[in-house]
Design a protein around this ligand. Structure first.
Ligand SMILES: [Ca+2]
Ligand SMILES: [Ca+2]
Length: 160
């Protein structure tokens, strides 16, 4: 490069496009087992390669208490990857790594296949933030649900 080359500065002011997906959309049956869920955070940017984007944080929040009083939700705790994701979102960023094959950030978490029988179903909300090399942040979210009913498969036909 000679000293009289023209320097063109590209200022990227556009945030990345970020999409979050999971391998399981719902956890059934609701047998209170911890279930491995793969989360994929795919981010693309006008000016940066996917591997140069920074995964700032991934957190998961549960719509139901970790262990409400009574047994209609079971008596377990640590439902959100071993922690209480209802009192505060659980940070699972450390579970993620960039996969060059899929050009996505991928991580595995454990979510309990459980919901309050008296409730309307449980939702685990996953939120991810990605930042491009210019510091423009973008957010995405996706959910894993534990439906109120369905997936029992043991002939429980009660509907009352
Ligand atoms: Ca309980
Ligand atoms: Ca629980």
């Amino acid at each position: 490069m000679s000293t009289d080359d023209v320097v063109i500065t590209v200022t990227d002011t556009t945030a990345p496009e970020v999409v979050c997906t999971t391998d399981l959309a719902s956890l059934t049956p609701a047998n209170s087992e911890m279930t491995l869920v793969e989360i994929y955070v795919e981010a693309t940017d006008l000016c940066a390669r996917p591997e140069d984007l920074e995964l700032l944080i991934v957190q998961i929040e549960s719509s139901e208490p970790d262990d409400a009083s009574g047994k209609s939700d079971g008596t377990t705790t640590g439902d959100t990857n071993g922690q209480d994701g209802h009192s505060a979102p659980v940070d699972v960023t450390g579970n993620f790594a960039f996969n060059e094959l899929t050009a996505s950030f991928e991580g595995s978490v454990l979510l309990r296949a459980e919901r309050d029988k008296k409730g309307s179903g449980r939702t685990y909300s996953i939120t991810a933030w990605v930042r491009d090399t210019q510091g423009n942040p973008a957010q995405t979210s996706c959910v894993v649900v534990v439906p109120k009913s369905g997936g029992g498969g043991k002939g429980k036909g009660k509907n009352k």
